[in-house]
Design a protein around this ligand. Structure first.
Ligand SMILES: [Zn+2]
Length: 353
């Protein structure tokens, strides 16, 4: 999730959706439908499949309910987003105030701001409770992913996220704190064999190091799962080095990133045709289809792929359009069980002998 202006209104293709027979094969791999009201009618009419993220304690249950009601349209995702990790205590704590003082080391420099933050801040939950919650939800939904989890060096903490999310305090959540909570959740995903939807903002090197560390730590288990780096602002160079070393890492892009990264098209061009996914990152289910479709068209344009206007069950490989290609990428993402780069090179060496 990223509150940036999106420019989909300026995209000339707006409101030209393909028929439902094509949309049925489109997957919005990352969105936040439970952030706004959802009606049964909207869900019944939803022509695509969505990956519904959860971000904080309050919406894990909402995502559960949505996935229970619409199992064929919703891939639920459970996890805790970096923007809310200051609510999580790594260990048992003495008092609410002591917890927040430990997180915000500069509390004394901004006494009034700290008091205001403290007034609105919830009672912290422990990391152990968070992990138990995520574990339970993942166990209850065998196709669920871990998400949205991640790290973010660009955000400041809101005073009161629920009533005025735009009013920001001077405080930032220490990177090490975010990382500890992220790694604990990734370890859980590896243990349970679940795919991951990950947020990474202004943390390029940290992302590279984290992926390397996870691959080392979890070995085969890590290669069984897939990781989607969502709406990322990675440079094409960083992405290419990740892509080469980590066959289980995918990239999903939304129109949100258009306005924020001049590298956007270069990133699409650089990314392997088999690792791209599309998403809306939308907070309204009504926008999900259009925003995802806008992104499908951008990918098609940059990659020079055909855009399906109707659906034929069987097509020649040379006639594969963007929807079919993205659908097959999503299938590989879901299936996991990737072959590691080390294994591949060992096999090649053996074959050569
Ligand atoms: Zn998101």
């Amino acid at each position: 999730m990223c509150y940036e202006h999106d420019i989909s209104d300026t995209i000339s293709h707006r409101d030209t959706l393909p028929p439902p027979s094509v949309l049925r094969h489109v997957v919005d791999v990352h969105c936040h439908p439970t952030d706004s009201e959802i009606t049964v009618k909207t869900m019944d009419n939803l022509p695509i499949i969505i990956g519904a993220m959860s971000t904080l304690q309050a919406d894990q249950g909402l995502v559960r309910d949505l996935a229970t009601a619409f199992p064929n349209k919703v891939v639920p995702s459970f996890g805790y987003h970096p923007w809310f990790t200051h609510w999580i205590a790594l260990a048992p704590y003495e008092s609410k105030e002591a917890h927040y003082r430990r997180i915000f080391k500069d509390a004394d420099e901004h006494p009034e701001a700290f008091q205001k933050l403290l007034e609105h801040a919830p009672e912290p939950v422990t990391l152990q409770t968070v992990l138990e919650d995520v574990r339970q939800n993942l166990m209850d939904f065998p196709s669920a992913m871990l998400g949205e989890v991640g790290f973010d060096r660009a955000f400041r903490v809101s005073y009161d996220y629920f009533s005025s999310p735009g009013e920001l305090s001077p405080f930032t959540t220490p990177f090490e704190h975010q990382l500890a909570i992220l790694e604990a959740q990734l370890d859980l995903a590896a243990e349970l064999g679940r795919n991951i939807s990950m947020h990474s903002v202004k943390s390029q090197m940290a992302t590279v190091e984290l992926l390397d560390r996870m691959a080392d730590r979890h070995g085969e288990r890590w290669m069984k799962i897939s990781i989607d780096i969502h709406s990322c602002g990675l440079s094409p160079q960083t992405w290419l080095s990740i892509e080469k070393r980590h066959p289980n890492v995918f990239l999903s892009l939304s129109t949100v990133i258009n306005s924020r990264s001049p590298n956007h098209r270069a990133l699409i061009a650089a990314c392997s045709s088999r690792r791209i996914l599309v998403e809306s990152d939308s907070h309204k289910i009504d926008d999900s289809t259009q925003h995802t479709w806008d992104m499908v068209l951008i990918v098609a344009e940059v990659k020079g792929w055909l855009v399906e206007s109707s659906w034929d069950e069987v097509v020649d490989e040379s006639q594969q359009g963007v929807v079919r290609r993205l659908e097959s990428n999503w299938r590989e993402f879901v299936q996991g069980n990737h072959v590691g780069p080390n294994k591949l090179s060992k096999r090649t060496t053996r074959e050569r002998q």
